[in-house]
Design a protein around this ligand. Structure first.
Ligand code: FAD
Ligand code: UDP
Length: 374
C-alpha cells in the first residue's frame, strides 16, 4: 500500500505549520501534522487563563521583522495590533530603559548628557578588545565594565548558567546600545502582535482540507508506520539521530504564571532583573495584547538546566557538535530539518518563518508535484 500522506510534519510550531500550509495550499499535497504537545503554535502558543486573560504559555513572544515578505505572508492569517516593545530594567533600585540609551545613563548617574556627550562618555569607559568573540567582549568594548556588570553580567549568568565570556558574541549582541532616546527593544521595520493572538493565527494557517492534525502524538510512536513518503522534522536534531554523538545542550525555563486581582502590575510589558532575584524577567501580557480586563496576568521566568529545550546554547563547542548532526541530516534522504530545534539556531519567529519559506522553495525544486510524473 502506498503511504497515506505525501508528508509527515513533526512539530506544529512556526516551522512545521508554515510548511504544512505551503505544501497543502500551494502544491495540493496531503500533510499529516503531529505535535507531542496537545496544541498547535509551538512555543508561540497563547491561551486564555482561568481568569480569561490572554497569556503566552511559554513566555513573552513579540513579533518583529525587517522582511516585508515574511510580514505579508503571515498577514494572510491574521490582522495585526500595532505594538512597539519597551523593556525596563531594575538597576540600583531604579527602573531604567534597556537597551541602554541616553535616558538610561542620565537617570542612573544623575547626569544631563546630550547624545554627543554620551558618545564621549561611553568611549572613555569602553575597554578595547582586539577581537570581539564573546558576549562579554561585545558589551565591555562598547559601554565599559560598570554598565556591563549592571545590565549584562548577572542577567546572562542567570539566563544561561555560564559567564558571558563563555558565550558567543551573538547572544548579547541581540541587545543594541543607543546614544539617542529611542527606548524600543527592537529596531525592526515591522513590529506588531497578531490581533487575536498567535494560536488563532496558527489555526487559520492550518485550516485546510489537505492538512490532518494529530496532537499529543510523539514521532517516536508512529515513525515506523510508514504513514508518509517524506518527513519534515522540526524537533531536536540530536533526538532524531538517537543522540549518537551526544546531547546538544539546551537552556530551559520554568514559567511561574500568576493572575492578580488588580488592573495593572508594572508600567511596561517586560521588566528585566539583571542584578537581583532568581528570575530574569516579569512579563505582563495586557501591554502586549491590549486586552481590557479587571485582573492582570504575569509570568516570572526562572532559567534552569533541565526541562523543555527552549534555547540552543551558542558556544563554539556546541556549534562543532551540531555540525556533526547537520552532516548526518544533510545525508538523510527524504527528511527536511527545519526550525530552532532541528537546526540548533537561536532564531526569532520571523527567522524561522523565513527558513521554512526557503525550505519550501527548495522542496519545489527537488520534489515533483504529486501527479506530475511521480
Ligand atoms: P517550536 O516552536 O519549538 O516548535 C517545535 C514543536 O515540535 C514543538 O511544539 C514540539 O512540541 C514539537 N516536537 C518536538 N519534537 C517532537 C516529537 N518528537 N514528536 C512530536 N512533536 C515534537 N521569537 C520572537 O520572534 N520574538 C520573541 O519575543 C520571542 N520570545 C521568546 C521567548 C521565549 C521564552 C522563547 C523560548 C522563545 C522566544 N522566541 C521569540 C523564539 C520563538 O519561540 C521561536 O523562534 C519559534 O517559536 C520557533 O519555532 P519552531 O517551529 O522552530 O519551534
Ligand atoms: N541580556 C542581558 N540583560 C538584559 C537583556 C538581555 O544580559 O537586560 C542578554 C542575555 O544574555 C540574554 C541576551 O542578552 O539572553 C539576549 O536577550 P533577549 O532579550 O534577546 O533574550 P530572549 O528574549 O531571546 O530571551
Amino acid at each position: 500500500m502506498p503511504p497515506a500522506f505525501d508528508w509527515l510534519i513533526v512539530g506544529a510550531g512556526f516551522a512545521g505549520s508554515v510548511l504544512a500550509e505551503r505544501l497543502a495550499a500551494e502544491r495540493g499535497d496531503s500533510v499529516l501534522l503531529i505535535d507531542r504537545r496537545p496544541h498547535v503554535g509551538g512555543n508561540a502558543y497563547d491561551r486564555l487563563d482561568a481568569a480569561g486573560v490572554l497569556i503566552h504559555q511559554y513566555g513573552p513572544h513579540i513579533f518583529h521583522t525587517n522582511s516585508e515578505q515574511i510580514f505579508d505572508y503571515l498577514s494572510r492569517f491574521t490582522r495585526w495590533r500595532p505594538y512597539e516593545h519597551r523593556v525596563l530594567a531594575k538597576v540600583d533600585g531604579m527602573l531604567v530603559p534597556i537597551p541602554i540609551n541616553l535616558d538610561t545613563v542620565n537617570k542612573l548617574y544623575g547626569l544631563n548628557l546630550t547624545s554627543e556627550q554620551l558618545e564621549g562618555w561611553l568611549a572613555a569607559r569602553a575597554e578595547p578588545v582586539d577581537e570581539i568573540r564573546t558576549s562579554e567582549d561585545v558589551v565591555v568594548s562598547k559601554v565599559g565594565r560598570e554598565l556591563y556588570e549592571k545590565f549584562f553580567c548577572g542577567y546572562t549568568r542567570k539566563q544561561w548558567g555560564v559567564d558571558p565570556s563563555q558565550l558567543d558574541k551573538s547572544v548579547t549582541a541581540r541587545v543594541p546600545t543607543r546614544t539617542n532616546q529611542d527606548d524600543r527593544y527592537f529596531g525592526d521595520a515591522f513590529q506588531a502582535m497578531p490581533a487575536e493572538g498567535f494560536t488563532r493565527m496558527f489555526e487559520r494557517m492550518l485550516d485546510h482540507p489537505n492538512i490532518t492534525k494529530r496532537l499529543g502524538v510523539d514521532y517516536a510512536d508512529l515513525k515506523d508506520e510508514g504513514l508518509a513518503r517524506r518527513i519534515i522534522f522540526t524537533g531536536l536534531v540530536d533526538e532524531y539521530f538517537g543522540y549518537r554523538f551526544g546531547k546538544l545542550p539546551y537552556r530551559s525555563l520554568r514559567f511561574d504564571h500568576r493572575t492578580l486581582d488588580q488592573e495593572q502590575f508594572q508600567p511596561v510589558a517586560v521588566v528585566n532583573y539583571p542584578m537581583s532575584e532568581d528570575y530574569t524577567r516579569i512579563t505582563e501580557y495586557k501591554h502586549l495584547t491590549g486586552q481590557k480586563h479587571p485582573k492582570t496576568s504575569i509570568t516570572y521566568e526562572y532559567p534552569q538546566a533541565e526541562g523543555d529545550p527552549y534555547y540552543p546554547v551558542p558556544r563554539p563547542e556546541n556549534a562543532e557538535l551540531y555540525k556533526r548532526y547537520e552532516a548526518l541530516a544533510m545525508s538523510t534522504p527524504d527528511v527536511w530539518f527545519v526550525g530552532r530545534l532541528a537546526t540548533y539556531r537561536y532564531y526569532n519567529m520571523d527567522q524561522v518563518v523565513g527558513q521554512a519559506l526557503a525550505t519550501f522553495r527548495r522542496i519545489e525544486q527537488a520534489v515533483p508535484r504529486t501527479g506530475a510524473g511521480e
